[in-house]
Design a binder for this molecule. Structure first.
Ligand SMILES: Cc1ncc(COP(=O)(O)O)c(C=O)c1O
Length: 417
């Protein structure tokens, strides 16, 4: 059996066992990604998994053995992670809009580090830590003044809600350092995401190193930890080239070595924070064609799941222009399917024209009942989608491990249909 047919056998069997629409995740792909990163960077970085990319409890549980740390962005993600066995001390908490109760509960829950995005947060965290009689470890998030070209979304380099602007760091870092119940463990920078260009990634990391050097040249105690927002992207669309990880590693190794040779950074842990590169390509979204309409010369497959289940694939999650996600018709890639490929549209079941999964995609002839697999759906899939819009039953989630496949659905267990 070749790779595509064994993949399709598994996808077909997941759809048969658990129904559609559904998400299917391959644990082995996530494991491979984690080892590829460790090998490429020769252990120079530890890994922190961004829970926001896929907060499914079973995935969070699985990630305990794949990454040293976990970054959460709400108290809900923190609670789920702890319930799934994460030691709170291995968890950090980012987010520009942390509410007071979230900061309090995170500190009470023993969170490893709060990632401070403002002096306001710092003052409140200091007050809570003081009341609890403890010293809370924190990282300070810095928003660099520039982000190289090539990132799908950027959180710095322009007016932004994230972190402390570099221009204000000279004022704000000492203000935070003066708070007596916080211990500054290091800095955190996450300035851009979804980049497929090794040179841009390396330039970005060099900007981080520069900021780290400047901050720790000003007399702060040496950092225990410095967090690099990875920015590593994945090839969502046909024609995108996967990022050359070795080129990133080769391009940055000498800079990291030089940095680590400085006495103040010799004992510092360098951490790569990332989500999609670890889990994105491990996931497929499965949807079945409910009905076919020939409309004014266009063949349209109307599917049982659409933007309500997978907002990013519909092009409404940070895309300027809709581009089709890579996808295939399950069972349609063998020699039998290749003869009659044609251009079709795929839409979801919602009553809005923006609910589309593919425009002009080339697929073997589609018929009612066909199963479509949308690739690169392991990150920002279900978690980024408006599942309640039009009240369809939320999709199932399935994890495929060596031991077999199991359902890991956690959203919308209510019997809606
Ligand atoms: C602070 C922070 N960390 C990590 C991530 C994960 O990014 P990605 O999934 O692109 O690796 C993001 C994404 O927006 C982020 O804002």
């Amino acid at each position: 059996m070749d790779c595509t047919s064994s993949l399709d056998t598994l996808l077909d069997s997941a759809a048969a066992s658990f129904g559609t629409p559904s998400y299917v995740y391959f644990a082995s792909v996530i494991e491979n990604r984690a080892s590829m990163l460790r090998e490429a960077f020769s252990g120079r970085f530890e890994l922190s998994f961004a829970a926001k990319s896929n907060p499914n409890p079973a995935i969070l549980g699985f990630m305990k053995d794949q990454a040293e740390f976990l970054d959460v962005s709400s108290i809900g993600e923190f609670r789920t992670a702890v319930a799934m066995g994460w030691d709170a001390a291995r968890i950090s908490f980012t987010g520009p809009g942390k509410r007071d109760f979230e900061i309090r509960q995170a500190i009470e829950g023993g969170i490893g580090e709060l990632i401070l995005e403002s002096v306001r947060e710092a003052i409140f965290a200091d007050k809570v830590a003081g009341e609890l009689g403890l010293m809370q470890p924190v990282l300070i998030r810095i928003a660099p003044p520039t982000v190289p070209k090539g990132f799908g979304d950027q959180m710095a380099g322009r007016p932004s809600a994230f972190g402390i602007d570099w221009e204000d760091a000279g004022r704000d870092i000492p203000a935070i350092a003066a708070l007596s119940n916080l211990r500054i463990v290091g800095l955190h920078i996450y300035s851009g995401t979804q980049c497929l260009k090794p040179q841009a990634i390396c330039e970005n990391y060099r900007n981080f190193l520069d900021i780290f050097r400047q901050v720790y040249g000003r007399g702060l105690a040496p950092p225990e930890k410095l967090v690099f927002g990875s920015g590593l992207g994945i090839p969502y669309h046909d024609g995108d080239m996967p990022i050359d990880l070795d080129a990133v590693a080769t391009g940055i190794s000498a800079d990291i070595e030089e940095f680590k040779a400085m006495p103040q950074f010799a004992g510092t842990l360098l951490v790569l924070e990332l989500g999609r590169y670890l889990v994105g390509e491990a996931g497929y979204f499965l949807t079945r064609i409910v009905s076919i309409k020939e409309s004014r010369g266009v063949r349209i497959g109307i599917c049982d799941g659409g933007m309500n289940n997978h907002l990013p694939a519909s092009g409404h999650f940070g895309m300027v222009m809709h581009r089709n996600y890579a996808m295939h018709k399950v069972g349609g890639r063998g020699s039998a399917g290749l003869g009659n490929v044609e251009k079709v549209n795929l839409v979801g079941p919602l009553c809005t024209s923006i609910d589309r999964l593919a425009i002009g995609v080339m697929l073997p002839r589609i018929e009612e009942g066909d199963l479509i697999a949308i690739h690169n759906s392991g990150a920002y899939g279900l978690t980024a989608s408006p599942v309640h819009f039009i009240s369809h039953t939320p999709p199932r989630e399935v994890l495929i491990e060596v031991a077999g496949m199991r359902e890991i659905t956690y959203i919308g267990q209510l019997p809606l249909a």
